[in-house]
Design a protein around this ligand. Structure first.
Ligand code: NIG
Ligand code: FE
Length: 393
């Protein structure tokens, strides 16, 4: 059990207790119980009847919910620095780069894969991410996808089977789709909560994606989709048709795509991944248009060695505000509650009584500073499940 006092600015994400969409409270205290959940939030003067130990004074700093990064590809070996370098000299990004990482991943031992996941998960934690989704997708064989999910499971329970990332080299596409739906799914489903498909140019078409997602759902997995990253296509509308938890990327959308997402806003989230656009020099998705149409928007890092080799949610937030027309409040909401909704969770992404005590103490007066001071480490401490897991208080 612990208590924080001297919280100058607390983002609860509970509109019923505080100001605005973020439910901001000023000059308050917070108590977490031994089970690692928030047990009380209120005026400091009333703390005495809720906590009898020695509270920790955060000195007027801002406290926000831990980020929920609902889209990462942390299971891989090697890197693609050369590919990045040539991209910066004008070579366009293409789905085919995934095959380079596939070769390195297949050649790596289980220990190397798990160590890479641990390294990137702790990097994410240091920038305030307390809930992380991790995908497979660089093994692309039954054995290598299965062991990728074992590695993913070492870092999170939000694991996603992405055998349908691309068709591996020298493989017939129909045979591969059948393998993903059959033997590979069987080998992976025990360690996966979700199934995902990269439905785009150079990857899988709408019919292949539909078949794979339906097989995953029949095996008990939740569905998500990579859609409309590289060009317009049917991925988003397929996602809405199937009721997936999240359509991710949404970079190239038609009005019909936006209408479909807005009609499904209670069920299907649009997850935007602005660091992928940053690192591939692509146009940013039109977050303003999506939000104004009533779409539920999440923000995530897409951390992977090809299109977005960063785990920094503060950077994602800064881009969303500076380049995508989101307000500071909307961007933080999308990086916390939005991510939680994309994972169909309500116990994380907010600091309500009963939710998990997952929070970030910022070296700043408010969450506005996340976008206002891009690239600056402003995470003083990270608390997850009631324990300080990064920094100090
Ligand atoms: O989300 N779009 C597909 N997958 C990743 C990129 C993977 C890679 O280039 O290695 C993404 O951007
Ligand atoms: Fe991705």
């Amino acid at each position: 059990m612990f208590a924080l006092t001297g919280i100058g600015h607390l983002v609860t994400n509970d509109e019923t207790v505080g100001q605005g969409k973020l439910g901001v409270l000023q000059d308050v205290a917070l108590v977490a119980n031994d089970a690692g959940n928030i047990s009380w939030v209120g005026k400091q003067s009333e703390l005495g009847s809720h906590f009898d130990g020695k509270p920790i004074d955060v000195g007027g700093r801002a406290v926000i919910p831990g980020f929920v990064d609902s889209h990462t590809h942390l299971v891989f070996a090697g890197d693609r620095a050369r590919e990045f370098e040539s991209r910066m000299q004008g070579k366009p990004y293409a789905a085919g780069g995934i095959k380079t990482t596939m070769a390195a991943t297949r050649a790596a031992s289980d220990d190397v894969l798990a160590a890479n996941v641990a390294r990137l998960a702790s990097e994410a934690l240091a920038s305030g991410t307390t809930t992380l989704e991790v995908k497979s997708g660089y093994g692309l064989s039954v054995r290598d996808e299965a062991r990728s999910l074992v590695a993913a499971k070492t870092a999170t329970s939000e694991t996603t089977f992405l055998g349908a990332h691309v068709v591996p080299p020298d493989t017939n596409a129909d045979d591969y789709v059948a393998l993903v739906q059959g033997e590979m799914l069987d080998a992976c489903k025990g360690n996966a909560k979700w199934i995902d498909v990269f439905c785009d140019r150079g990857a899988f078409d709408v019919d292949q994606a539909r078949a794979i997602l339906q097989s995953g759902a029949a095996a008990g997995l939740g569905m998500r989709i990579h859609a409309n990253q590289l060009q317009q296509g049917g991925g988003v509308q397929l996602g809405v048709e199937l009721g997936v938890a999240s359509c991710d990327h949404c970079t190239h959308l038609s009005q019909q795509d936006i209408d479909a997402l807005s009609g499904a806003s209670a069920n299907t989230v649009a997850t935007l991944l602005p660091t992928a656009e940053l690192c591939t020099r692509s146009p940013f998705p039109d977050a303003r248009k999506l939000i104004d149409a009533g779409v539920t928007v999440a923000l995530a890092s897409d951390c992977n060695p090809g299109s977005s080799y960063t785990s920094s949610m503060p950077l994602v937030i800064a881009l969303a505000v500076i380049n995508m027309g989101m307000t500071c409040d909307e961007a933080l909401w999308s990086a916390t509650v939005g991510g939680a909704k994309a994972l169909r969770r309500s116990d994380v992404g907010n600091l309500r009584v009963g939710s998990r005590a997952d929070m970030v103490v910022l070296d700043a007066q408010s969450h506005i500073h996340l976008a206002y001071r891009p690239g600056v480490q402003q995470v003083r401490a990270v608390i997850r499940g009631g324990k300080t897991v990064f920094g100090s208080l």
